[in-house]
Design a protein around this ligand. Structure first.
Ligand SMILES: Cc1cc2nc3c(=O)[nH]c(=O)nc-3n(C[C@H](O)[C@H](O)[C@H](O)COP(=O)(O)OP(=O)(O)OC[C@H]3O[C@@H](n4cnc5c(N)ncnc54)[C@H](O)[C@@H]3O)c2cc1C
Length: 514
């Protein structure tokens, strides 16, 4: 109680003389106008009700992080009747989820049916997920995601997120269209969830990074610290996102990404510091999913995000051989290049370069003037013969000549006999010839995190649930395998497990009332 009082006092700069916190913070104020988002410690009035009704705690549930997972958790916990506080380290809600496409990978949805995708099931999704990852993932957690993907999708849709049948597409390597693109992307999903958060009187404090978890004498997690401030609760949900913005964690947990050196950059927000791992480990959480995440390929020209390579180039390894359909889905292309030692060379000729125009695939890198400029700068090898190009790239010359001869023959016959590339076949015949190194080096999301049960309870190293601690979103470590299931395979589970975490944390907290 002392701790909770201290938090409420110090966290409520606008507290009035009557001891009731002013309606500050991110929620709706009394006039119905949105309050301005706050600095550290802003709080809204429900806090008072919460700690009177709930006696020995400030809130039933505290959610750390306000991305897709945290917001879904908060809304679901409030729907279960819990008093809820979200603590967000950033000045605004949304985390990386706000920047995201917000695609949702799900099986058996109403929008699939509208799109004519009939008969897709969680069973089929589970089988695909497990097979793609050679069963090297946690079946219980994957199963729960598959089973709950459609119900959670419908929940999000009913909350107001718009999905059209045109936005349903095969987002991974499977042919079944399970990717669902929301109108307005991740930002819209965040805004809609945040609107519900606000209307359900879920409190939020922004610009406040949780620095520690509190535990009672039995090891139950019962609160959080933000520096010297503390708040107590029945259960904590960690929804802190990944660690893409933390180089030390990348080095420790994601060596493939670390190996890309200064080519690496992260497309998400600075809040992705891996705090869920640090906080979880402080109370004994097991950490799973070493060296997992999604790396997108890049020629390293700058911090331009392009997810796919154009079909008109070929990729060769150090033997000078092609090793993939160059238009392979981004979900597998990075892994294929990783398999070749972490880098490969894109090769093309002058005809391809001069024809390279901005397209939906490439606005930034693979366009004629940029390619010319990068060749002038020496960033792209440009040689008059293929022999000289092979020497410059330090790839096997015989391999490269043979590969290009076979490929050119395929272009003439109109069929890629080696890798079945369907689009963009373009011969490599006209000097000068170009070669540019490609690496999977753009960190999209990270896959190492705390180990959870299918019910989102955080597990310790003895396979027991840590009482009072739940986790959801990118901070969980036992969902992803070596291969990304497809677009929506990270955002989707954030919502699925966020909702589950919110419900279960609320029930747990309620049960503590006896
Ligand atoms: C540009 C981009 C596009 C993407 N597109 C897709 C896509 O279309 N489909 C897909 O499946 N995936 C996509 N991803 C990945 C996916 O969006 C993320 O994995 C997902 O949004 C993560 O959600 P989250 O709720 O777990 O974390 P986040 O959204 O990152 O939220 C975590 C929040 O926790 C806060 N936080 C962290 N530590 C603390 C602390 N100690 N105290 C308080 N607050 C803290 C952070 O500030 C942050 O706001 C994309 C990612 C990016 C960056």
């Amino acid at each position: 109680m002392i701790a909770s009082m201290r938090f409420l006092h110090s966290a409520s700069p606008g507290r009035n003389d009557g001891g009731v916190p002013d309606r500050l913070g991110y929620g709706r104020n009394d006039s119905g106008k949105p309050a301005t988002s706050g600095s550290a410690g802003m709080m809204v009035a429900r806090a008072e009700i919460a700690y009177i009704v709930r006696m020995n705690r400030d809130y039933d549930v505290i959610v750390i992080g306000s991305g897709a997972a945290g917001l879904a958790a908060a809304v679901a916990a409030a729907d279960e009747g819990a008093s809820v506080l979200i603590v967000e380290g950033d000045k605004q809600v949304g985390g990386s989820s706000r920047l995201s496409g917000g695609h949702f990978y799900a099986a058996g949805t109403s929008v699939q049916v509208e799109a004519g995708v009939i008969g897709d099931t969680p069973d089929a999704m589970f089988e695909h997920y497990m097979t793609l990852n050679q069963w090297l993932v946690d079946p219980a957690v994957v199963r729960r995601y598959c089973d709950q993907s459609a119900p959670t999708f419908e929940w999000v849709k009913n909350l107001g997120v718009k999905f059209s049948k045109e936005g349903v597409y095969p987002s991974g390597v499977g042919s079944t269209p399970r990717g669902h693109q929301p109108e307005g992307g991740g930002e819209q999903v965040v805004n809609i969830l945040d609107g519900h958060r606000s209307h359900k009187d879920v409190d939020i404090v922004l610009n406040s990074r949780v620095s520690a978890l509190l535990t009672d004498e039995d090891g139950r997690v019962n609160g959080i610290s933000i520096g010297d401030d503390q708040a107590t609760c029945g259960a904590v949900i960690m929804a802190t996102g990944g660690f893409g913005a933390n180089p030390e964690m990348i080095e420790k947990y994601y060596p493939q990404a670390s190996a890309t050196g200064d080519w690496r950059w992260y497309i998400g927000t600075e809040g992705a510091q891996g705090d869920g791992i640090t906080l979880g480990e402080s109370v004994g959480a097991a950490v799973d999913g070493h060296d997992r995440g999604l790396l997108l390929v890049t020629p390293g020209f700058g911090r331009d995000l392009e997810v796919l390579l154009p079909g008109w180039l070929i990729l060769v390894n150090k033997e000078g051989r092609r090793f993939t359909d160059e238009s392979a889905p981004y979900t597998v292309l990075g892994g294929l290049i990783q398999n070749e030692g972490g880098h490969a060379f894109a090769v093309f000729d002058e005809t391809a370069r001069t024809a390279a125009k901005p397209s939906p695939i490439s606005q930034a890198n693979w366009v004629s003037d940029v390619l010319h400029q990068k060749a002038e700068e020496g960033r792209i090898y440009r040689e008059e013969t293929l022999e000289d190009l092979a020497a410059a790239m330090q790839v096997d010359v015989g391999g490269l000549l043979g590969t290009i001869e076979r490929y050119n023959n395929d272009v003439v016959s109109g069929a890629d006999t080696a890798f079945f590339k369907a689009n963009g076949l373009q011969s490599v015949t006209r000097a000068p010839f170009y070669g540019v190194e490609i690496r999977p080096a753009i960190v999209c999301w990270t896959g190492t995190g705390v180990r959870v049960s299918a019910d989102t309870a955080v597990m310790n190293k003895q396979e027991k649930a840590i009482p009072g601690l739940y986790a959801a979103g990118e901070t969980i470590g036992n969902l992803h395998g070596d291969r990304y299931i497809g677009g929506g395979g990270s955002f989707g589970p954030c919502l699925v497990f966020g909702k589950i975490a919110g419900e279960n944390a609320a029930r747990y907290a309620r049960a503590l009332n006896g």
